[in-house]
Design a protein around this ligand. Sequence first.
Ligand SMILES: Nc1ncnc2c1ncn2[C@@H]1O[C@H](COP(=O)(O)OP(=O)(O)O)[C@@H](O)[C@H]1O
Ligand SMILES: O=P(O)(O)OC[C@H]1O[C@H](OP(=O)(O)OP(=O)(O)O)[C@H](O)[C@@H]1O
Length: 254
Amino acid sequence: MPTWLASQWVEATAPKVPMISGRVVNMLGGSLAGKPMVAMRSTGIGAYPPGLASDVVAQHRGRVNPAGAKAMLLAVVGPSGAGKDTLMGAARARLAGDARFVFVRRAITRPAGAGGEDHRALSAPEFAAERAAGGFALWWEAHGLSYGIPRSIEDQMAAGRVVVANLSRGVLAEAAARYPLRVLVITAPIAVLAARLAARGREDAADIAARLARESALPPGLDVVTVMNDATPEEGAARVVAQLTRAAEDARRW
Ligand SMILES: Nc1ncnc2c1ncn2[C@@H]1O[C@H](COP(=O)(O)OP(=O)(O)O)[C@@H](O)[C@H]1O
Ligand SMILES: O=P(O)(O)OC[C@H]1O[C@H](OP(=O)(O)OP(=O)(O)O)[C@H](O)[C@@H]1O
């Protein structure tokens, strides 16, 4: 099919394409019932399948990767008790005023003041309504709660910022398919996790056991870095800040 048809199709569907840096949209032209069809998928730059209309890819790259943009979704994951909240909070404080980074405030069906992160507390019906209205870029359920990442992260990535969000390992494959993603695993030895959860005191013994038993495998093929939080919180925060700084530099090259 002529490449200009593919281009027109991209224009028509542009609102559905996250306007993010560091991605190209791969397109394969064809036709169905006489109408031009284009299969699209987000991927890392340089991973074009053979036979692509490279001029269209280049044209669209210009749209999704504006010069100078440095966007990335930095997904923080790791076992319960590893110190994700603690180290993200400390890193956020250390990076306050650094416009390269946005730290996401999650919506959770957990009461306000339950301890831990500063989340936006929603009731289950409120969460369901917001999800149905498309308010979440990503959402999932875990520990009997619902968690949502606001849709506004797409604007923040379009503005070339590194968006730092605590995600479930269960949504990483979806996130990688839609956004330029790096995974930051924060972890610690299992005995340390158990001791920290008991000391945190937010959950009872049964809940702690269930959290420690959660499946921890990551989907294959992701860009993953790890911080071992087995020293002081200050040292752990320094390790996270180093990874965030590296992410901002790498995003610029994507
Ligand atoms: N490096 C550390 N040394 C000692 N305690 C820590 C350290 N990092 C976190 N903690 C404590 O461990 C508990 C679990 O940390 P938290 O940040 O809530 O973990 P997560 O968000 O991964 O579940 C908290 O009580 C926190 O204060
Ligand atoms: O699928 P998983 O990767 O196991 O993650 C499930 C959920 O666990 C964590 O929640 P939360 O921060 O409420 O719990 P935690 O502090 O005990 O990790 C994480 O942020 C996810 O929302």
